[in-house]
Design a protein around this ligand. Structure first.
Ligand code: DAH
Length: 342
């Protein structure tokens, strides 16, 4: 029995010293010291010993038990210390490490161009007006002298909100002209930037939602020369003093006469390329002298007053400014694209 106890001490101390986790240590403790453990089992056999041998074996058994208890305690302390050290290492905070730089956002290229255009108009004495994006056909079509059979009124062109075609997502910013003139008498000098909607398939030069800036000037004695001078001033300030523009006759129901204004293609300098589809010019805006019927419709006497109006595409303006060759880039929010603008 003395032998068994000595062997037990050696093997227990060896195994305890090598226990790799608190769980392993606990199962060893139970195995050696528990109620059904090996020491207990030996102590139970003490009854079969000679009375003379009992004290010596008893005290040996106690010392083995004490050794095992001490070994459990010291291994447990070592494991705790190791796991604390490990945690401290893992959760360490390096207070001297440089901070993470927060990425700073930039303005969207269209916001840059729109803000610039707004500033240019404000410097010429314009104020900024607003109108609803969900618009009455009355304002977007009827009061703009757009005839009942015009293609723009078709369901394939316009996002109608109501079955009876009386409400739709505005397809141009021009209805703001009417709303403004109904509420204000001349002199009128406003711009109105905003979103417009058309059922166009997205491609390099179209998106079903895009932006326009509407302009309207009404006063006594306003002429086509004022229109030309104002737009030339805008385009020279946006694109540089040597910017070439071209005014082409056109037709809009709400202006007479009407024109479209093209700007020399910045990508090819006029030689013709894929951006301008070989034309050398990019169509940028529509304009004209406000139709007498539109003035009369809002109660302004066309014999006393005249005016000019224009509508310019903000996507086009932006593409021309930065040489962007696909309108969809403006809406994809690809950071590699957006990071190029300040
Ligand atoms: N609303 C026209 C369009 O979206 C652009 C336009 C043309 C606006 C002539 C005007 C204008 O104010 O006078 O195509």
């Amino acid at each position: 029995m003395r032998d068994t106890l000595e062997k037990l001490r050696v093997s227990a101390l060896g195994e305890l010293g090598a226990a790799g986790s608190a769980a392993e240590l606990e199962s060893l403790r139970v195995r050696y010291l528990g109620k059904k453990g090996e020491i207990t089992a030996i102590l139970r056999q003490m009854g079969s010993l000679d009375a003379a041998e009992r004290p010596a074996i008893g005290s040996l058994a106690n010392s083995v038990r004490t050794d095992i208890e001490n070994a459990v305690a010291s291994r447990s302390g070592a494991l705790d210390a190791a796991s604390l050290a490990d945690r401290l290492l893992r959760e360490r905070v390096d207070v001297t490490a440089p901070g993470k730089l927060a990425a700073i956002g930039r303005r969207h290229p269209m916001s840059i161009v729109l803000d610039e255009a707004r500033e240019i108009f404000i410097s010429m004495g314009f104020t900024v007006a607003e109108g609803p994006e969900v618009e009455l056909s009355l304002y977007d079509f009827d009061k703009l002298n757009i005839p009942p059979n015009h293609t723009v009124r078709e369901w394939s062109d316009t996002f109608y909100i109501t079955e009876d075609e009386s409400v739709h997502l505005r397809c141009q910013t021009s209805p703001v002209q009417v709303r403004y003139m109904e509420a204000h008498r001349p002199p009128v000098r406003i711009i109105s930037p905003g979103r417009v909607y058309r059922k166009d398939e997205a491609d390099a030069s179209h998106t079903p939602m895009f932006h326009q800036i509407e302009g309207l000037v009404v006063d006594r004695g306003i002429t086509l020369g004022d229109l030309k001078g104002t737009l030339d001033a805008l385009l020279r300030r946006l694109y540089g003093s040597d910017t070439k523009t071209r005014f082409r006759p056109h037709h809009f129901p709400f202006t007479e006469p009407s024109c479209e204004v093209d700007v020399r293609c910045a990508t090819c300098g006029g030689a013709g390329c894929h951006v301008c589809k070989g034309e050398g010019w990019l169509e940028l805006l529509g304009a004209g002298m406000v139709h007498p019927k539109v003035l009369a419709g809002v109660g302004i006497d066309p014999d006393e007053y005249s005016g000019f109006a224009f509508g310019v595409g903000v996507e086009r303006m932006t593409m021309l400014r930065y040489g962007i060759d696909d309108a969809r880039l403006l809406y994809e929010n690809d950071l590699r694209f957006l990071r190029q603008f300040m």
